[in-house]
Design a protein around this ligand. Structure first.
Ligand SMILES: [Zn+2]
Length: 428
């Protein structure tokens, strides 16, 4: 195995340092010379622990025309990630030990990021009976996060049972908070814009009502709850209240909800159709503040690749979702760092350390010190780049940022000391 010497990388809040990577570990830091290692000049670059995504759709098994574990892993590595959690809404659904082990093996074989499968909460995501949570937890994939994402676990009795079940092994239920009776036929955020465009609205209360219910259930049961893709100002308020009360709830926000608003629907370009929908300027401001003050714990991409025919059609028929792995870091820099709301240490917290802790991925999200696993990424903070959908490593092209100029770019990523990205390009 090649030994790498990273020379002169800045670390968030620290002095420039050299990092010697050998046998999967960071073996030495500080000023290092006289090594026979392969040298990587990191002058001007920032070294971060590898990013961790709690919410990735890899589409395999079932929709390999949209993404595979391998292509999604490559996109993740290019985005600076060393671990991703793969959502369960595949075909077949990841609701058994067999399917989660299949996804876990595909991830290991691709070897570009650690792929940690998320198990479904209910059989077939149908919301009727609990899936075999225990069998998935005990499988080779050692599932700790369970989610019906794409669907809400809307039956409160089932949600309570799921929370009780995972409490035994410190698992967590990740809820897609959407009261389905309030969003039937919804196409976009319910508000001034939906009224103007004549589209059926997805009201903020449909998210907020489920979050309010579920933090109370989590408190009652004493179990861990995670809220996927929080999108409204009201949701941030409920989470703030719940955390003050000591309820074991964590939450994520997506890069697109930090940057884009429902005004994008005005052009009827389905690339902006997403669930939960893009909200208002007030919501965006509240989400940014919530992320800055820690009410929202992490940024998660909700990377949702879709094949061309599922996206390039009339708005009403288009599938909701956007790709996001390769742009997440840059969007967070643009919305949180360039606005002065957060610094690089905060970004490391929200995109690496805390998501790793929530997912129980102990090899990720660690400080870059001697003895730590060599899972890290090097970022050039000086570069600005234009998003070109055709240049993406993802098999899908549904990025909402096409043509947009974004700050900061990943130059290199290492998974256990092995480069997955060098000079901004995937190694394989
Ligand atoms: Zn979702």
């Amino acid at each position: 195995m090649t030994t790498y010497l990273i020379k002169g990388a800045r670390t968030p809040g620290g002095d420039p340092t050299d990092l010697l990577l050998r046998d999967g570990l960071i073996v030495e830091t500080g000023s290092i010379s006289g090594s026979d290692a392969e040298v990587i000049d990191a002058d001007g670059l920032i070294a971060l622990p590898g990013l961790v995504d709690l919410h990735t759709h890899l589409r395999e098994p079932g929709r390999e025309d949209a993404e595979t574990v391998e292509t999604g892993s490559r996109a993740a590595a290019l985005g600076g990630f060393t671990a991703v959690c793969a959502m369960a809404n595949t075909d077949p659904v990841a609701d058994t030990a067999g399917v989660v082990e299949q996804v876990w093996r595909l991830g290991r074989d691709a070897g570009l990021v650690d792929v940690q499968p998320i198990g479904a909460v209910t059989v077939g995501l149908a919301g009727e009976r609990l899936a075999e949570l225990g069998a998935m937890a005990e499988s080779a994939a050692a599932v700790r996060i369970f989610s019906d994402d794409g669907h809400c676990v809307h039956d409160p009795r089932l949600m309570r049972r799921a929370l009780e079940y995972v409490r035994a092994f410190d698992g967590v239920i990740a809820q897609h908070a959407e009261e389905p009776r309030l969003t039937q036929g919804a196409q976009m955020h319910e508000g001034v814009e939906s009224a103007r465009l004549g589209m059926t609205g997805w009201p903020a209360v449909a998210e907020e009502a489920i979050i309010a219910r579920d933090v109370l259930l989590a408190e009652h049961v004493g179990a861990r709850l995670h809220i996927c893709h929080v999108s409204t100002a009201g949701s941030v308020e409920i989470l703030r209240w719940a955390k003050k009360r000591g309820i074991r709830v964590t939450a994520e926000v997506t890069p697109h909800h930090l940057l884009l608003t429902d005004e994008k629907a005005g052009g009827y370009d389905p690339v902006f159709k997403v669930n939960p929908p893009l909200r208002t300027n007030e919501d965006v401001a509240a989400l940014r503040l919530g992320l800055a003050d820690g009410t929202i714990d992490v940024v998660a991409t909700d990377h949702a690749p879709h094949a061309l025919q599922d996206k390039e059609c009339e708005w009403a028929y288009a599938r909701p979702g956007m790709v996001g792995l390769e742009t997440a870091l840059s969007v967070v820099v643009a919305t949180m760092l360039e606005t002065g709301l957060m610094d690089w240490a905060g970004l490391v917290d929200r995109m690496s350390r805390v998501p790793a802790r929530i997912a129980g991925l102990t090899e990720h999200g660690n400080d870059l010190v001697a003895g730590a696993p060599a899972n890290l990424t090097l970022v050039d903070p000086a570069v600005r780049w234009s998003v070109d959908p055709a240049a993406s490593a993802s098999r899908s092209r549904n990025t909402p940022y096409a043509g947009l100029t974004l700050p900061s770019r990943v130059v290199a990523t290492f998974l256990r000391g092995v480069p997955t990205v060098l000079e901004g390009k995937a190694v394989r």
